[in-house]
Ligand binder design. Structure first.
Ligand code: MN
Ligand code: MN
Length: 465
């Protein structure tokens, strides 16, 4: 064995080293990670929309002793409550020993994902086929959404106030839906389009049936038959689509990827890959020093606007209500609060490495990625966490032995993106993004590494406990 040279020793001491966290992982730890990710995959399969993910999370929280927050009631340290915002955004709270005014520790992840929404008046018949018109939600690459099995999820809200849940296409024996694409034989004109225009928004039409209502006379008999079936199953008429939220999502299930089973493939990992760790972490928190809040939010993928997005006053009111319960001030509480904005970053994909700047890109299996700033065009539209706060998070992660890395969303001026971080930072809270690196982000089937998912859970727990 050769002795280390002086320069080697000095490098060890001074250089920032990046390497896979799996190198130092033993079999027992890998098994623990595997087991945790079984729960994660089940969560992905149960909650394919924001409503379903919120429902699933509330069920899990109730099983762990959380009860619905009641305004005016005084909760004591150690109590566990949740605040449900319209079934789409939920805050899970464990009351701390210190007054809320001293600040709370917030983790925030989103449970909405890119998908195809039905238009308000979606159903039509053309050439003896019945189809739905859709309007895509979030930043999708449209060409990825054709010729894959889709499932329909969501609700019809009827005029009488009733809300009817819909989920078709997840079970083995249930029909699926599909957006059809052109055959290569006849695609010479389509092939000249740019990739962005390869499939256009108004071409994302979903095939939903072909069997006509048995009658020789009359038109639109396929559409009529579909409405008859929907009427029998859900009691709805065509007008009820006007007040519905129906979402088409990929029909496949989450699964392990790769011979070694170290990776996970699934729809909706952005950002349920951080939502599940934030949720499971807050469910484990007992008697924290400061009040712990895990918030799972809607609308991130379309800019966080709307009353279930984090650009609303929901979080401000949650903190204010908790402070007021102790006769404290919500503004002071927010100013003293800290947050991990739990969202994904783009992992470096060796096939597309040229969009990344290697020194500052995140890698799969290198642990949770701390993203100091997101944004685009010279850090526009980002909160850019302070050096002091990043140092605090660094120390927390290192002290707990949590593997982490830094990450930037691609090379400068090649694109960019944002998270909920800036909306929370705008309330006076210290915020930095911390999440899991993903490959094929926003695709119908996204890739993550199990090791990073588990490190994210550990980071969330350490931050809130
Ligand atoms: Mn995200
Ligand atoms: Mn996203």
């Amino acid at each position: 064995m050769s002795e280390k040279s002086i320069s080697e020793k000095l490098k060890e001491q001074l250089f920032y080293n990046k390497k896979s966290g799996l190198l130092s992982l033993d079999e027992i730890e890998f098994e623990k990670i595997n087991e945790y990710c079984e729960g994660y995959k089940a969560f992905l399969n149960k909650g394919k929309t924001e409503r379903e993910a919120a429902d699933t999370a509330i069920q899990m929280a109730k099983a762990k002793g959380f009860e619905e927050f009641s305004f005016g009631k005084t909760y004591k340290a150690g109590d566990k409550v949740y605040i449900n915002n319209r079934g789409k955004t939920v805050a899970f709270v464990v009351i701390g020993k210190q007054p809320v005014e001293n600040g709370v520790n917030i983790t925030a992840a989103h449970i909405d994902s890119p998908r195809l929404d039905l238009k308000p008046n979606p159903l039509y018949e053309d050439s003896d086929l019945a189809l739905f018109k859709t309007h895509y939600y979030g930043g999708i690459r449209k060409y990825q959404w054709v010729a894959i099995p889709l499932a329909l999820h969501g609700v019809f809200a009827k005029k009488d106030g009733s809300v009817i849940k819909v989920s078709i296409g997840e079970e083995e024996n249930e029909p699926k839906f599909v957006v059809n694409d052109l055959l290569p034989h006849l695609a010479s004109e389509q092939n000249k389009r740019t990739l962005a225009e390869g499939i256009k928004g108004e071409e994302l039409n979903v095939l939903v049936g072909s069997r006509p209502f048995k009658d020789d006379k009359g038109s639109e008999l396929v559409k009529l038959n579909i409405l008859k079936l929907l009427n029998e199953k859900y009691g709805i008429i065509e007008e009820d689509f006007l007040s519905a939220e129906l979402e088409l999502v990929p029909a496949f299930k989450a699964s392990d990827l790769g011979f070694d089973g170290s990776l996970i493939g699934s729809y909706g990992q952005d950002d349920r890959v951080c939502a599940y760790p934030a949720l499971t972490a807050v469910l484990e928190v007992e008697n924290p020093d400061k009040t712990a809040i895990a918030i799972l939010t809607d609308k991130e993928e379309i800019g966080s606007d709307g009353n279930t997005g984090l650009n609303s006053d929901f979080l401000r009111y949650v903190v204010t209500d908790l402070a007021r319960m102790q006769s404290g001030d919500g503004t002071v509480a927010l100013r003293n609060s800290k947050c991990l904005s739990a969202d994904v970053n783009a992992g470096l994909d060796p096939t597309f490495a040229d969009v990344m700047e290697r020194k500052n890109a995140s890698f799969l299996n290198h642990g949770v990625v701390v993203t100091k700033y997101t944004g685009s065009r010279g850090k526009a539209c980002t909160s850019d966490a302070s050096a002091e706060y990043v140092a605090e998070v660094r120390a927390m992660l290192d002290n707990a032995g949590i593997k982490w890395q830094t990450g930037e969303l691609g090379k400068i001026d090649i694109g960019g993106g944002g998270t909920v971080a800036m909306y929370i930072a705008n309330m006076g809270v210290d915020v930095v993004d911390l999440g899991v690196p993903v490959l094929s982000m926003h695709a119908p089937f996204e890739t993550t590494a199990k090791f990073d998912v588990y490190m994210c859970y550990r980071a969330m727990y350490t931050f809130m406990k």
